[in-house]
Unconditional design. Structure first.
Ligand code: THU
Length: 137
């Protein structure tokens, strides 16, 4: 992604954060996922009284996109209220892995009082498990 795309995606992630449903943690997260079609899918975290059904912002964005037929992605921006950049949890890294090319998919981690941090999914989830590991021949 070029700088202008990254800045746009970060702005979309902050806008997505405003919809976070967070009665338990009070910790709002927003994500913006860029599809290869050029469409941006927003996601926020959605918590649950039983706690474990909580869905992270990143997964909300992925599931929205896939449910609308988009299966290939360029990158994702993630934003929270913390001063430091927000790093995606392990479950979300694995969900992104299902639909991303790890070496090229870019994860943009934003923070309020810091510059963003950019890493590939391969850097965040090395030696990952994917559908190719299920091919038993
Ligand atoms: N959360 C996300 O939405 N994304 C992450 O990558 C880390 C955690 C949410 C889940 C929960 O609603 C809150 O942040 C506190 O863990």
């Amino acid at each position: 992604m070029v700088e202008a795309q990254i800045e746009r995606l970060i702005a979309e992630a902050y806008a997505a954060k405003e919809k976070a449903y967070i009665p338990y943690s009070g910790f709002a997260v927003g994500a913006a996922l860029l599809g290869k079609s050029g469409k941006i899918y927003r996601g926020c975290n959605i918590e649950n009284a039983a706690y474990s059904p909580t869905n992270c912002a990143e997964r909300t964005a992925v599931f929205k996109a896939v449910s609308e037929g988009e299966l290939e992605f360029v990158g994702i921006a993630i934003a929270g209220d913390g001063d430091d950049y927000l790093s995606p949890c392990g479950v979300c890294r694995q969900v992104l892995r299902e639909f991303a090319e790890p070496e090229s998919f870019e994860v943009i981690m934003a923070g309020k009082n810091c510059d963003y941090r950019k890493m590939t999914l391969a850097q965040l989830l090395p030696v990952s498990f994917s559908k190719s590991d299920l091919e038993m021949d």
